[in-house]
Ligand binder design. Structure first.
Ligand SMILES: [Zn+2]
Length: 77
């Protein structure tokens, strides 16, 4: 638990979108490899994105996604 956790979670979506600069990307990747809560949150969100993409034809209720994201945000507290 450190300020790195706050940064890692704040940059989660930027990271997954591949929009981080190399320095920030390297720093955050190093953090999520050694920090289990953050690593879990990243893995979860990455998986969620795949599922959502696969089910694009079906309806994924926004509230379900929002609830899952709230759980992820709490993991590192
Ligand atoms: Zn962390």
């Amino acid at each position: 638990m450190s300020g790195h956790c706050d940064e890692a979670l704040a940059q989660l979506y930027t990271y997954l979108d591949g929009e981080l600069d190399e320095v920030a990307f390297t720093r955050i990747r190093a953090h999520i490899e050694e920090c289990h809560p953050c690593g879990g949150a990243y893995a979860f969100e990455e998986r969620l994105r795949v599922v959502v993409r696969q089910r694009l034809q079906e309806e994924v209720p926004e509230e379900v996604v929002a609830r899952l994201r709230a759980v992820v945000a709490r993991l590192c507290r």
